[in-house]
Design a protein around this ligand. Structure first.
Ligand code: HOZ
Length: 429
């Protein structure tokens, strides 16, 4: 495959954009080679500026559950854009999208929209602190909640990919309020509460972690978090920016029985446009300004074009929830095919699937935590990534990310990807 134009575009970008990218994970640093510069998407495919086509398992890191250029979402965006791009004033489409979310999530009475997942989580944390009158938060190693200061501590996603899970530039005075615990390890959370019994405002978790690779929480562990939070008067926040409308129509909450106090959303609720949201029980959400004292704001929050894209996506998902079963079947087919093909070449993969999310670790042992994920063979992953890219298959360029199925991906495509993987596993073993 020829990537000459992408290589030239990357050189040009590096002169004027740090690292040539606007988000570090895109730079392909951990897998080698040059990032491909995208010209356009078409359903299940990405087409780069050299004209190469790839089956896309990244989907803009999750939002594009219907693939690229879905006709209904495109129409909603175009119709909305024709009426004006932004008003900085309320529109009825915000209420309509909020109503859909409140209808689907029993844990959300009210929801506020922002422009990114980072903002959603940052705001939810402030609200939890304001509501409880406490400063400390508990987060888990390997969970990534965006790049705001108090959450960029032992974080997953690009932060771990580039070996800076805790970033310079974050004042120690701020991170002293971030207590760290181990994913799927209740004892480590109990220790946080023993050390700081009355000062923890909230425990925040990706109930289906997607930023250290795919690592779902165990039900008993989540229940243990719920019990500890209740015992100590802390709030439980589910960060469902990634799993919301991805793991199921109700996100992780459609799979687990444990209920959070606050939920953060993003990605799918914007249909590909920049959107985040946080919501929860009325008594908590009413603490937000202008009804309450906790300040939070945004000039472009609830942007009508983004809200229209999100509304079209959610209504389409609600009208046919069977798409989740079919995406889960395809995801399972894919990773089981990979596991078998890898094993035939002496490579052990750990695989997992939750709805339209899938993961595969080059790892001999079960992955339940960040420590386990870090034991993966990232060099082998890099070789696999390069091999598959050359075969026209686009995976996230890090072992510590999740893969996504879209409704545009067919079973025939999955079989063809497994065939290509068989060849690549053979080459790299
Ligand atoms: N895992 C990241 C988002 N949840 C990838 C996207 C990015 O950092 O640009």
């Amino acid at each position: 495959m020829i990537h000459d134009k992408s290589k030239a575009a990357f050189e040009a970008a590096k002169k004027v954009i740090p690292g040539g990218v606007d988000s570090p994970v895109r730079a392909f640093k951990s897998v080698g080679g040059t990032p491909v510069f995208i010209d356009r998407g078409e359903g299940a495919y990405l087409i780069d500026i050299d004209g190469n086509r790839y089956i896309d398992f990244v989907q803009s890191w999750g939002p594009l559950i219907f693939g690229h250029c879905d006709a209904d979402i495109e129409t909603a965006v175009i119709e909305s854009a024709k009426k004006g791009l932004s008003f900085g004033a309320p529109t009825v489409v915000e209420t309509a999208l909020a109503e859909e979310i409140v209808d689907l999530f029993d844990t959300i009475d009210k929801v506020r929209f922002v422009s990114s997942g980072t903002e959603a989580v940052m705001s939810a944390i402030r609200l939890a602190r304001g509501f409880t009158g406490r400063d400390d938060i508990v987060k888990f190693e390997g969970c990534y909640h965006g790049h705001s200061d108090s959450l960029l501590v032992q974080a997953g996603s690009g932060a771990v990919t580039f070996g800076t899970p805790s970033s310079p530039g974050v004042p120690a005075d701020l991170t002293k309020h971030t207590l760290l615990a181990k994913y799927n390890d209740l004892k480590s959370v109990e220790k946080c509460f023993t050390d700081a019994p009355d000062s923890i405002a909230c425990v925040i978790i990706e109930p289906i972690a997607g930023n250290m690779g795919l690592v779902p929480a165990q039900e008993a562990f989540l229940q243990g978090l719920r019990d500890l939070c209740d015992k100590h008067g802390a709030l439980l926040i589910f960060d469902e920016v990634m799993s919301g409308f991805r793991a199921s129509l109700k996100g992780a909450q459609g799979i687990y029985s444990v209920k959070p106090d606050l939920v953060t959303l993003g990605k799918v609720i914007g249909g590909g446009m920049p959107v985040g949201a946080f919501g929860g029980r009325e008594e908590i959400m009413n603490q937000l300004s202008p009804d309450g004292p906790v300040y939070q704001a945004g000039t472009l929050s609830g942007n009508p074009v983004a809200m229209s894209a999100g509304l079209a996506s959610l209504r389409k998902l609600k009208s046919d929830p069977s798409v989740y079963t079919s995406m889960e079947q395809k995801a399972t087919l894919l990773v089981e095919g990979f596991k078998t093909a890898a094993a035939a070449n002496g490579i052990t993969l750990q695989i997992d699937v939750r709805g339209s999310m899938f993961g595969f670790f080059f790892n001999d042992h079960e992955v339940l935590s960040f420590d386990d994920a870090l034991k993966s063979d990232t060099e082998l992953f890099a070789k696999f990534h390069q091999g598959m890219l050359n075969e026209g298959v686009y995976f996230a360029c890090s072992q510590f990310e999740t893969g996504f199925i879209s409704t545009a991906i067919t079973e025939e495509m999955i079989f063809s990807v497994i065939d290509k993987a068989q060849k690549v596993f053979k080459d790299i073993s």
